[in-house]
Ligand binder design. Structure first.
Ligand SMILES: *Cc1c(COP(=O)(O)O)cnc(C)c1O
Length: 402
């Protein structure tokens, strides 16, 4: 089946919400993926910061195959050992005094967090605060908290009072949060907004503001968590603990899993029967996540991510090109900012030359490769980047003329 045939069938059978992607992928090995026509790409986006071990990592393959052959599903009517093990591992990485609810995706982790903070809130708390341009998922509760107007507004009203403040602005947050606030939902660095970090001290400030008002601090580390920034969790770099933490993306290394972690009194805020998921904590997904955590430890991938991230930043810094305005981010989670709205052209011209990157905003390219990427692979990309940028500029010029 060729890529163009697959795209036609996609268009005829799959809803148009994604548009029809340009490339059909069929195989992955390490940091390389192959399309339906046999073309090879260096994967610098990892399925949106998900495939942290790359593709086909033997530890993940073995864990998933073994668990699928042993017991693929139990539902939550029964205890399954993998879920218990994974919860214990996460709690230990987070420093204890916590409990976990497993979901199957990021948005469901945030839905769980939303119900958890409502359950834990005292009387008189009736509104939420979240960050402008933030992203928390596509289901109604998470979407209500999502600060991207274009994707939220067509689907409201949501029956929730959500007040948005600018990302990283502690003065605005302080003004917005009083004793009527149930919870503050933020990301440490906004991924979908284009890998936009908050100023130094932001998470500590959020912690202090939430404590002063008695509001819950919910930190969405769905994209930043599990090694992406070179630490297990971004909040550990800030030395700040939230009340509720949500995880997904990189946790399963490609298998669908999410987690909502409650600390302190939030660990036991749900009453029996308050929440559930048929698939949540599925043994195969949990086995995959355990393999991810083991491999990150065994292969020293936190330190590797920090070193590779610095290398990438340093080599990007050395590129002098009129279309490349700057870069930001940390670890293996970077954004290239462009001097014009040509990200779609950069993404396309990169793909033509065998590199998968993501046009996350009109003038921003996101790079979030597998954490196992090598210096050689980074070097190949850096060497090709000026040519990619030239071609993108040429394509943009041609488009403007026609
Ligand atoms: C991707 C993402 C989500 C949503 O996760 P899904 O698995 O797509 O539902 C929520 N929050 C953040 C920060 C994300 O990056």
């Amino acid at each position: 089946m060729t890529g163009s045939e697959l795209r036609e069938r996609f268009a005829a059978s799959i809803m148009p919400n994604y548009g029809v992607p340009q490339i059909a992928l069929t195989l992955g090995r390490g940091c390389e993926v192959y399309d339906a026509d046999g073309r090879q790409y260096l994967d610098l986006i990892a399925g949106i910061a998900v495939s942290s071990l790359g593709h086909g990592h033997p530890a993940l393959v073995k864990a998933v195959a073994h668990q699928a052959a042993t017991l693929a599903h139990t539902s939550n009517l029964f205890v399954n050992e993998r879920a218990v093990e994974l919860a214990e591992r996460l709690v230990s990485l987070l420093g204890g005094d916590a409990k976990v609810f497993f979901s199957n995706s990021g948005t469901e982790a945030n839905e769980a967090a939303l119900k958890l903070v409502k359950r834990a809130a005292g009387p008189g708390r009736h509104y939420f605060v979240a960050a402008g341009h933030g992203f928390h998922g596509r289901t109604s509760g998470s979407l209500a908290l999502t600060g991207k107007d274009a994707i939220r507004e067509p689907f409201g009203p949501f029956g929730m009072d959500v007040r948005f403040v600018p990302h990283g602005d502690l003065d605005a947050l302080r003004d917005a949060v009083d004793t009527g606030c149930t919870a503050v939902f933020v990301e440490p660095t906004q991924g979908e907004a284009g890998v936009v970090p908050a100023p130094e001290g932001y998470l500590a400030g959020v912690r202090e503001i939430c404590d002063a008002a008695g509001a819950a601090f919910v930190l969405d580390e769905i994209q930043s968590g599990i090694g992406r920034t070179g630490s297990w969790f971004a909040h550990q770099e800030a030395g700040v603990r939230p009340d509720v933490l949500t995880l997904a993306k990189g946790l399963g290394g490609g298998l669908p899993i999410g987690a909502c972690v409650g600390f302190g009194r939030y660990a036991d805020a749900f009453h029996k029967g308050d929440h559930g998921s048929t698939f949540g904590g599925n043994p195969v997904a949990c086995a995959a996540a355990l393999a991810v955590l083991d491999t990150i430890e065994e292969e020293g991938l936190l330190a590797h991510t920090a070193v590779m991230g610095d290398l990438l930043a340093e080599q990007l810094e050395a590129i002098d090109h009129p279309l490349l305005a700057g870069q930001r981010g940390s670890g293996l989670w970077r954004a290239l900012t462009l001097s014009g709205p040509h990200a779609a052209h950069v993404q396309e011209q990169a793909a033509v030359r065998g590199f998968l990157v993501n046009a996350v905003a009109p003038d921003v390219i996101r790079i979030a490769p597998p954490l196992v990427i090598t210096p050689e692979q980074i070097g190949v990309f850096i060497e090709a980047l000026p040519t990619v940028l030239d071609a993108a500029e040429a394509a943009a010029t041609k488009e403007n003329q026609s």
